[in-house]
Design a protein around this ligand. Structure first.
Ligand code: GDP
Length: 616
């Protein structure tokens, strides 16, 4: 709202309660920026209030206060750190905590977000195609034509129209890459297992990832149309990994499908919804500024930065100022997977967004900022924070060596391991031997993933998320993975002898245990004469009988073989008139035991120290 002010200048006015937060040391330029005014007009207003200041000069709180009161604002001065924290706080927001605070009246049901995972060639891509075409509204809208990284379909479930969102990038790379960035978008994982092939290394990898993330799994037993398909065998194999089919008394839904023939797809969607309804409370508040995650992004020649974002809470609208990772901008247009324009995107809706100034990364969180300027500031702050984090990451996350310390500081109680080997037999042998190490109750050893082959990007990502150490037996890094491990600070160790690997882990684990101490005798001395000194207390003129008597060590006094005083220490030690730090066997010395004065001739002074006991 523009209104004439003192001197006839136009300044947007507040209503008397509008709060403007300014950093200490701000100038009229900063204030003008916050209220969208021309700095020169603020100089004029201030002049009419009897104060002279230039636009760039730092002003104190009182001056701002006077000016603000005149214009209908209230000033709050904040420190630079406070402002940073405020900006970044909104970026670090904990969706779960936020959810817990929101009441039932604010929350509405949202569709589940599903990722399809499984071994290569088991039919993930085909399944995503089949699901796309199972969409009941796809027919009318002309089908899902655009690959935007995620899509939403509708299906009828128990007489109701239900939506399900799929992350349209098969495989668990995307899943872990996002998790590594702290973004959890997936509510449910569909684990595709080909019935003619069975459980394979990446099947296990995928289920490890999902289980580590606490994401419920629905198993799609695919290719049941093929000869030699044995769906029962898949069910049986997966029981070993705690995925027990409902028909066997477990709580995991298994659905037989043929992605190729598009059979069983509706049953699979039904299983997803049943699992979601049974295991998860999928609700979100749509009535606020949007937050979510970027699932895919690229630079388009004509349209600039194009990002598909998944709204997780709130509603995203065209015109919103947004930040995604370190990219920012204003939502110029939004499209769905049908290529149709979208004006509003509610929770669990993926949309392609145009208008960002740069390309975010998959897994970057996005949020709506109050205005363009704040969006830019948040992006800049994030970039700075990222640079700092990158530097910090160069330090090891966790290594076998620093485990003891981490444990003592209460930072860890579990040693997470990822095992890779050239043959499955070796991996099993290694795992068996590792799990047999007796580590007591204080520490847990957990193998979070095992597999055959080189140490891959996935292994490193998993280790990053779960702070694990990777042990490679007779294998190497896959291409370009060493850099990643280095960057992420993951401790990766290679062995060609199993025993060595076990020894290292054992040593680390034993280091993790609280050390045990034992008493080691250092020396004994026989009291020959007692000198009474009012100043120093009694001094025992002694002969060192064994070992060495050292100053400041712990001591006790024995008389006739019995301990008559304990918890003493050698407070003073003299050779003739001089102070000595230690006196060896066969020499005479004067020993002072501090306030303990009850010394007699023939007493024995014994000194000792507590040493850490090596574990057997
Ligand atoms: P992905 O690597 O897991 O994405 O697997 P794809 O979806 O690319 O499928 C791998 C191969 O298996 C392709 O040749 C598909 O045609 C084939 N395939 C996928 N699903 C089925 C199915 O249900 N039945 C049969 N017979 N073949 C399938």
């Amino acid at each position: 709202m523009q209104a004439p002010s003192l001197g006839g200048v136009q300044v947007p006015r507040g209503d008397g309660t509008t709060v403007v937060r300014l950093r200490h040391g701000s100038s009229l330029n900063d204030f003008a920026d916050k209220i969208d005014a021309n700095p020169a007009s603020l100089v004029t207003v201030l002049f009419h209030l009897g104060e002279m200041a230039t636009a760039t000069q730092s002003l104190d709180e009182d001056t701002f206060g006077t000016l603000a009161a005149e214009l209908g604002y209230r000033i709050e001065m904040v420190s630079a750190e406070e402002e940073d924290r405020e900006l970044l706080g909104s970026f670090d927001i904990d969706l779960e905590a936020e959810l817990a605070e929101e009441g039932d009246d604010q929350l509405t049901a949202r569709p589940p977000v599903v990722t399809v995972m499984g071994h290569v060639d088991h039919g993930k891509t085909k399944l995503l195609d089949a699901i796309r075409s199972a969409d009941v509204v796809a027919g009318e809208a002309g089908g899902i034509t655009q690959h935007i990284g995620a899509y939403q379909i509708h299906t009828e479930h128990e007489g109701l129209d239900r939506a399900i969102t799929f992350i349209d990038t098969p495989g668990h790379e995307a899943f872990t890459a996002m998790r590594a960035r702290g973004a959890q978008v997936t509510d449910i994982a569909i684990l595709v297992v080909a019935a003619d092939d069975g459980v394979m290394p990446q099947t296990i990898e995928a289920l490890n990832h999902a289980q580590a993330a606490g994401v419920p799994i629905v198993v799609a037993v695919n290719k049941v149309d093929k000869e030699g398909a044995n769906p029962a065998k898949i069910r049986q194999q997966l029981t070993e990994y705690n995925l027990v089919a409902e028909e066997y008394g477990g709580d995991t839904m298994f659905v037989d499908i043929s992605a190729l023939k598009r059979m069983g797809i509706d049953d699979l969607l039904e299983a997803v919804l049943l699992t979601a309804d049974a295991a998860l409370d999928l609700r979100a508040n749509a009535d606020k500024d949007a937050r979510g995650v970027a699932v895919e992004a690229n630079l388009d020649k004509g349209r600039g930065a194009v990002a598909t974002v998944l709204v997780q809470s709130g509603t995203l609208r065209v015109g919103d100022a947004i930040v995604a990772g370190t990219a920012y901008g204003r939502v110029r247009a939004m499209f769905d997977e049908h290529g149709e324009t979208v004006v509003e995107a509610t929770p669990a809706r993926p949309v392609m967004v145009l208008g960002l100034t740069s390309v975010p990364r998959a897994g970057d969180t996005f949020l709506v900022a109050p205005d363009d300027r704040t969006a830019r500031q948040i992006a800049e702050k994030r970039e700075a924070a990222e640079r700092a984090a990158l530097l910090a990451k160069r330090r090891k996350r966790i290594s076998l060596e620093d485990f003891t310390q981490a444990l003592q500081q209460g930072k860890v109680e579990t040693l997470n391991l990822v095992l890779k080997g050239d043959v499955s037999g070796a991996v099993e042998a290694l795992e068996d031997a590792l799990l047999k190490i007796d580590v007591g109750d204080e520490v847990d050893l957990r193998v979070i993933h095992r597999g055959v082959g080189a140490v891959t990007q996935n292994d490193v990502n998993l280790a990053t998320v779960d702070n694990a150490i990777i042990l490679g037996f007779n294998v190497k890094y896959a291409e370009r993975v060493e850099d990643l491990a280095d960057r992420e600070g993951v401790d990766v160790r290679f062995y060609s002898v199993i025993y060595q690997a076990i020894e290292d882990v054992e040593a680390a684990l034993k280091g993790m245990l609280k050390p045990e101490y034992e008493e080691v005798q250092l020396g004994t001395a026989e009291v020959r004469e007692v000198f009474r000194s009012s100043k120093f207390g009694n001094i025992a003129g002694s002969l060192v009988r064994s070992g060495t008597i050292r100053r400041n060590t712990k001591a006790r006094v024995l008389r006739g073989g019995n301990v008559i005083a304990d918890n003493l220490s050698i407070e003073s030690l003299k050779r003739f008139k001089d102070d000595a730090t230690e006196v060896r066997e066969g020499y005479e010395c004067g020993i002072g035991l501090g306030s303990f004065n009850d010394l007699q001739v023939d007493d024995v002074v014994e000194t000792f120290e507590m040493r850490e006991k090596p574990r057997s």
